[in-house]
Design a binder for this molecule. Structure first.
Ligand SMILES: *[C@@H]1O[C@H](CO)[C@@H](O)[C@H](O)[C@H]1NC(C)=O
Ligand SMILES: *[C@@H]1O[C@H](CO)[C@@H](O)[C@H](O)[C@H]1NC(C)=O
Ligand SMILES: *[C@@H]1O[C@H](CO)[C@@H](O)[C@H](O)[C@H]1NC(C)=O
Ligand SMILES: *[C@@H]1O[C@H](CO)[C@@H](O)[C@H](O)[C@H]1NC(C)=O
Ligand SMILES: *[C@@H]1O[C@H](CO)[C@@H](O)[C@H](O)[C@H]1NC(C)=O
Ligand SMILES: *[C@@H]1O[C@H](CO)[C@@H](O)[C@H](O)[C@H]1NC(C)=O
Ligand SMILES: *[C@@H]1O[C@H](CO)[C@@H](O)[C@H](O)[C@H]1NC(C)=O
Ligand SMILES: *[C@@H]1O[C@H](CO)[C@@H](O)[C@H](O)[C@H]1NC(C)=O
Ligand SMILES: *[C@@H]1O[C@H](CO)[C@@H](O)[C@H](O)[C@H]1NC(C)=O
Length: 482
């Protein structure tokens, strides 16, 4: 206490008659916003003549809150090995020498982040007119949470409530109906009523407004690496549109973050952006949507169609497969691909290698002590040739798959039929299984036949014309010769 009294006395004194020491500067390293548990340093830099530095935390009247460093020189270091919410607050430093006290430094506001969460429910992407609930939680028993928008256009506070099932303190802020006013970045601050300066800040949460039927058409989303990925593979999703968006946003269903990426305008007249998701693991699996956006606005376009990303090897099982009648058929014939698993799976998924189309999800039946499913393709065409694999998945996590079955290599021998009935049926079969085939690989047999026919006709017409010209030339020549 003696030190504290001495300090406060000196402090009071300093307000009226501070000595010749220059005003110190105060600085936090790595920064004044610091994640919970991280080590940090507060530096005070003052006069070379300083003998002692004092670091004082605003609002505290005991010595524990005032650290002293007996360190002659122009700099003192106050090291905090692990930051807790108790460290959050406003700091100033002073230095002392035989000449007297320095002026106080400017105030350093230390904010501790991360011992709390903020999420937008059911999703941070909210349609115009919809509602969103911003959910602030913390394990610390704060009395209140403040929710603020980064542009300061919105602030609200609520008392916390204790949720015994999760052991957390929470506050639920309901925003809505959504207008452009609510789009932007929000944070929650937890605090105690008696020490309102001990703010603890959550990570930021973007809330974005979408226009479901709005002025802008929806963009398209594709995966460069297909829909089914092995863990450790690297994944890049691309969003594009024929509207000149400045940037695109990507959101994974149930996720916390809306990722943004600025777009490039291609020669073909498309705006495009890549989202590099890096090396995939089980947490990458899910349903993604992208949105177009403009700079200086946090509103998003209508969403793209959803894109499912499935991750293999997450269920310890490898399904078995067979093909009926066999993997080598003539075009026009039927093929059935069958799959079974010894382990419980709710769906069996059939995927064609290199196909841009989403894989087929088929419900499994439990029969003969096995979970099985089959897929029949009628009137095969050569476009259906290729490598097929099966995977199993469970309802509890739709995007996590078993290991891949062995591949089956379907070979459809191209027997060209001239009967129009066969051409019609082969075209129907392409549409009926279009989900497993890339549309750009359509069978062009009919088109090619028509083209060849036209070419032959043109040749015939040309030769008739040539013959006529030769004939008339000969007649003219003959007449002239007479
Ligand atoms: C949003 O909340 C308001 C009041 O809480 C309610 O009247 C309205 O129906 C909700 N809108 C939607 C789209 O759920
Ligand atoms: C946005 O907020 C301002 C100020 O609160 C209000 O005057 C304005 O009407 C709001 N606009 C919309 C679209 O809600
Ligand atoms: C996106 O990624 C693809 C494949 O990795 C690459 O070919 C393309 O140039 C990238 N586009 C942009 C706009 O970065
Ligand atoms: C999975 O990937 C995410 C994002 O890349 C990463 O944050 C997370 O730590 C990874 N999880 C595991 C178990 O490797
Ligand atoms: C939008 O912002 C990005 C990044 O800040 C910038 O590179 C781009 O030029 C901006 N586009 C427009 C049209 O202002
Ligand atoms: C595959 O089945 C087709 C039609 O059932 C048959 O013509 C062909 O001989 C079979 N090929 C093999 C290798 O069994
Ligand atoms: C192929 O399947 C279709 C319909 O599923 C059926 O009408 C047709 O008779 C089958 N063809 C052969 C050769 O089995
Ligand atoms: C799995 O989901 C499908 C489709 O929602 C449903 O028909 C099926 O009964 C579910 N299976 C189990 C075991 O819950
Ligand atoms: C195939 O795609 C069409 C529309 O693209 C869809 O209506 C149909 O349900 C899909 N079939 C299967 C088996 O997924």
């Amino acid at each position: 206490c003696l030190l504290a009294c001495l300090f406060l006395w000196c402090l009071g004194d300093s307000l009226y008659s501070h000595g010749k020491l220059q005003k110190p500067t105060i600085k936090a390293e790595p920064g004044s916003v610091i994640p919970y548990g991280r080590a940090m340093t507060i530096w005070c830099q003052g006069d070379l003549d300083a003998e002692i530095y004092f670091l004082h935390k605003e609002g505290s009247h005991n010595t524990q809150r005032t650290q002293t460093i007996q360190q002659p020189g122009d700099k003192a270091k106050f090291f905090i090995p692990s930051v807790t919410q108790g460290h959050a607050g406003q700091y100033r430093c002073y230095c002392y020498s035989s000449a007297g006290w320095s002026e106080p430094s400017d105030t350093l506001e230390l904010v501790v982040t991360g011992k709390g969460t903020l999420s937008g429910l059911p999703s941070p992407v909210v349609p115009e007119g919809g509602n969103v609930t911003l959910h602030c939680t913390s394990h610390s028993n704060y009395d209140k949470f403040i929710l603020t928008k980064e542009d300061q256009k919105f602030t609200n506070s609520l008392d916390t409530e204790y949720i015994s099932s999760t052991g957390q303190y929470q506050a639920l802020f309901v925003l809505g109906p959504m207008t452009t006013n609510y789009s932007g970045t929000f944070r929650c601050y937890g605090y105690y009523k008696h020490t309102p300066q001990y703010l603890v800040r959550t990570r930021p949460q973007s809330i974005a407004l979408t226009f479901p039927l709005g002025p802008s058409r929806k963009p398209s989303l594709l995966s460069h690496q297909g829909h089914i990925l092995d863990p450790g593979m690297s994944l890049t999703l691309q969003c594009y549109s024929d509207i000149n968006y400045d940037k695109f946003a990507l959101y994974k269903e149930g996720g916390a973050d809306i990722i943004q990426s600025s777009s490039q305008w291609t020669k073909a007249g498309l705006s495009k952006a890549n989202f590099t998701l890096g090396y995939v693991n089980h947490s990458t699996g899910g349903q993604y949507r992208c949105y177009g956006a403009h700079n200086l606005s946090s509103e998003l376009s209508a969403s793209s169609d959803p894109l499912d990303i499935l991750i293999t090897g997450q269920i310890y099982d490898t399904p078995s497969l067979s093909v009926k009648p066999n993997s080598s058929v003539h075009s026009g014939e039927n093929v059935t691909l069958m799959c079974w698993s010894m382990y419980p799976v709710d769906t069996l998924i059939l995927s064609k290698e290199g196909s841009g189309q989403p894989p087929l999800r088929l419900k499994s039946k439990f029969e003969d002590q096995q979970y099985q499913s089959e897929f029949s393709m009628s009137a095969m065409t050569s476009t259906l040739s290729g490598s097929y694999r099966w995977y199993g998945s469970r309802n509890s996590s739709l995007y996590l798959l078993s290991f891949a079955s062995a591949p089956v290599e379907l070979i459809v021998s191209g027997k060209v039929m001239l009967s129009s009935q066969m051409d019609v049926s082969s075209l129907t079969s392409v549409t009926s299984v279009s989900n497993t085939t890339a549309p750009e690989n359509r069978d062009h047999t009919m088109e090619n036949l028509i083209r060849m026919g036209i070419a032959v006709l043109v040749l015939i017409v040309l030769s008739i014309l040539a013959a006529e010209a030769w004939q008339s030339h000969r007649q003219t020549h003959h007449a002239a010769g007479k």
